[in-house]
Write a protein that binds this ligand. Structure first.
Ligand code: SAM
Length: 207
């Protein structure tokens, strides 16, 4: 569909010119999003050998690719998205809508009672361009990801989520601070300046 409308065509042209896109393609990453996780990891030391990680909103799969490399063979990476993804070595991929209970149940079944070191969420709703619609939808996804992190992180675990600055953001920060010792936001260089997207990094989960 993109490309049939003026806005779609503009998006495709801009995407093709984007240096992050070109760099990701050359390096074999599935999307430019990898550079956001890489920067967060470099600044926050998020990933290490043997870790158990869940990646919500994983398609097309660059964060999973990066995480799988960092956790190594003894680690576990489970990625979930509404969209289908091509298989990735060393990664368990699930397809479904995270807002649906049956999909959460599938994800929990895949965890098999194991607690997690790190929960990542890069989930974002399809953007309509209307803040009154997009902001509550994105806050809802971030809240569901936080609830999942609370249920499945080990004590001391880390939660990272995309969140859009706007209505509900301050409450979400406050809510996160009630469960984690240190909560901050970061805006990686690969995140577009005009986007209100930031990443919340919540460290040291207190059960
Ligand atoms: N981090 C990914 C990567 O490295 O390739 C890019 C993620 S992309 C910015 C956001 C993703 O969130 C989309 O693939 C979208 O399908 C997914 N998403 C949005 N709402 C979702 C939901 N309710 N359940 C599962 N995935 C969802």
């Amino acid at each position: 569909m993109a490309g049939r409308t003026k806005r779609g065509r503009r998006w495709v042209e801009e995407h093709e010119r984007d240096p992050w896109v070109q760099r990701a393609r050359k390096a074999g990453w599935r999307s430019r999003a990898v550079y956001k996780l890489e920067e967060l990891d470099q600044k926050e030391s998020l990933l290490g050998r043997g870790m158990k990680v869940v990646d919500l909103g994983a398609a097309p799969g660059a964060w999973c690719q990066y995480a799988a490399r960092k956790v190594g063979e003894r680690g576990t990476v489970i990625g979930l998205d509404i969209l289908p993804m091509d298989p990735l070595p060393g990664v368990v991929l699930l397809q479904g809508d995270f807002t649906e209970d049956s999909v959460l149940n599938d994800l929990e079944a895949a965890l098999d009672g194991e607690k997690l070191d790190l929960v990542l969420s890069d989930m974002a709703p399809n953007i309509s361009g209307m803040a009154a619609v997009d902001q509550p939808r994105s806050m809802y996804l971030a809240e569901l990801a936080l609830a999942f992190a609370r249920d499945h992180l080990k004590p001391g675990g880390v939660f990272v989520t995309k969140v859009f600055q706007g209505e509900g953001f301050d409450e979400f920060m406050k809510d996160s601070r009630s469960s984690f010792e240190a909560v901050r936001t970061r805006k990686p260089a690969a995140s577009r300046d005009r986007s209100r997207e930031v990443y919340l990094v919540a460290r040291n989960y207190r059960v």
